[in-house]
Ligand binder design. Structure first.
Ligand SMILES: O=C(CO)COP(=O)(O)O
Length: 140
């Protein structure tokens, strides 16, 4: 599965601790992240993370484009709801695309834990079916 990991600055410690706690699961998947988040995760865990641009510089939009192309299966985006972000429209667009394409999304640590455990238990395997269908050319 392709997993996007994103965290706003005040949530960076949370996403790093989450990544440490679930390294054994995460390492079985393809990991993607916005720039700074990805750097911190790979430094702390040694996990191989494909890094897009930093969020304010377009990273959220790059991940959104992957979602639109059906190339992202899970999004874990630890948002900071108490701090205004300069790229708020990009954030909204990313969350919107998760809803457009029914991509499992967690925006806080509690949801992230549920998602990662669901992934481990196979509850997200339907994503493989969706991707297979696309490869068969059944999707626009
Ligand atoms: O701003 C972000 C998401 O909106 C995260 O970007 P960074 O991971 O580069 O800090």
């Amino acid at each position: 599965m392709n997993i996007a990991l994103i965290a706003h600055d005040k949530k960076k410690t949370d996403i790093v601790n989450f990544s440490i706690a679930y390294t054994s699961i995460l390492k079985q998947h393809n990991l993607f992240a916005t720039g700074t988040t990805g750097l911190k995760i790979s430094e702390a865990t040694g996990l191989d993370v494909h890094r897009f641009k930093s969020g304010p510089l377009g990273g959220d939009q790059q991940i959104g484009a992957r979602i639109a192309d059906n190339e992202m299966d899970i999004v874990i985006f630890l948002r900071d709801p108490l701090t205004a972000q300069p790229h708020e429209p990009d954030i909204s667009a990313l969350l919107r695309l998760c809803d457009v394409y029914q991509i499992p999304l967690a925006t806080n640590l509690g949801g992230a834990e549920v998602l990662i455990r669901a992934l481990e238990d196979g509850y997200l395997n339907w994503r493989d079916i969706i991707k297979d269908k696309k490869q068969e050319g059944n999707e626009e």
